[in-house]
Design a protein around this ligand. Structure first.
Ligand code: SF4
Length: 331
């Protein structure tokens, strides 16, 4: 009976190589792609699956994934990326899928030492152990540098036909891709495309998880929209950067899961939309109005007015310049 493996497929070169290496040994592969709201590579995964001729299932994150970001056991990388915990989460789900479809092992394109946060030897071992895949997580590209998996021990996978890649160099991997006949355009760069790794994005993630104990999936979705500025520990204001974001903020404020306490829209001038998370006090409304003036550089002769949809229903309020809004730091 042939071996069946579940392979994590990001669509990057490494995962493609890992799959092809096992296909050449007659292993039947089914690919899984994980989509999180911060890292989405479904299109490249779809293209890679087509090239490799493997069935692809795309799994979206569940709400439990947010706990990985809130409280990573193994810490963050340079941004707010909890890569070790994130990989454990993905492999736990891959294991469930493997058990569900009766596959024998999980395959990953990880290369020892390639990424600083999650591919050091200790990280790879931790990920294997915590995902419940001891002996059943095969990394074909670095197999010679790692303990043999059960499939290699039994001879079902020929270890001699696997690889000993390590480190950050892409040269050998690209050469292998060419040997496998992958077209140049299907050998994408190893970029994760994950917003959590961006150092410029990290402050707003930390701000949310450290200051807002009630944070919800809605708050995480909001992190990707607008400029975020904090008035105090309980109150944050999000200001749209372009018309599409102004519209999105209004839509998000109207969602059933919304935690917005007020939405402010310029009434008699052109400017961004602002949304308040936290108590919509008079001080918070003045702060949000001041931010609107700041970001649209209002210089008109008329007194600027805002439509405020908040705790008092829809009211009109004057926007005033206040020092707190002029100097508030953007997260
Ligand atoms: S880069 Fe992002 S998606 Fe990839 S393992 Fe790290 S946190 Fe997870």
């Amino acid at each position: 009976m042939s071996l069946k493996a579940i392979a994590l497929l990001s669509g990057g070169l490494d995962s493609m190589l890992a799959i092809r290496a096992l296909q050449l040994q007659g292993v039947e592969i089914e690919a899984l792609n994980f989509r999180t709201q911060f890292a989405c590579c479904r299109e490249t995964a779809t293209r890679a699956a087509r090239l490799l001729d493997v069935p692809l299932t795309v799994l979206a994150e569940e709400d439990a994934y947010l706990d990985v970001i809130r409280r990573p056991k193994f810490g963050y990388g340079r941004g707010a990326n909890p890569c070790v915990d994130c990989r454990i989460y993905m492999f736990q789900r891959a294991k469930s899928y493997m058990d569900e479809v009766g596959a024998d092992l999980v395959v990953s394109g990880e290369v020892l030492g390639q990424r600083p946060m999650s591919q050091k030897r200790r990280d790879l071992m931790v990920i294997e152990r915590h995902s419940g895949l001891e002996g059943r997580l095969l990394r074909p590209l670095s197999a010679h540098r790692l303990p043999a998996t059960l499939a290699e021990q039994s001879g079902a996978v020929d270890r001699a036909r696997l690889y000993d890649f390590s480190g950050r160099s892409r040269k050998g991997l690209i050469a292998l891709g060419r040997q496998f006949g992958f077209p140049e355009e299907d050998m994408p760069s190893p970029s994760t495309g994950c917003m959590l790794t961006q150092q410029s994005f990290a402050p707003r993630v930390y701000d949310l998880v450290r200051l807002d104990a009630e944070n919800s999936p809605w708050d995480f979705a909001l992190l990707k929209v607008g400029r975020h500025l904090r008035l105090d520990a309980a109150t944050k204001v999000v200001v749209g950067r372009r018309e599409s974001e102004n519209q999105l903020l209004k839509r998000m404020a109207a969602e059933p899961a919304s935690r917005a306490s007020a939405v402010l829209v310029p009434q008699n001038f052109q400017g961004p939309t602002a949304l308040i998370v936290g108590p919509a006090t008079s001080e918070a409304l003045d702060f949000a109005g001041g931010l609107i003036l700041r970001f649209c550089h209002y210089e008109g002769a008329d007194t600027p007015h805002l439509e405020v949809d908040g705790p008092e229903g829809c009211v009109v309020r004057e926007a005033i310049r206040i020092p707190e809004a002029e100097t508030a730091a953007i997260l």
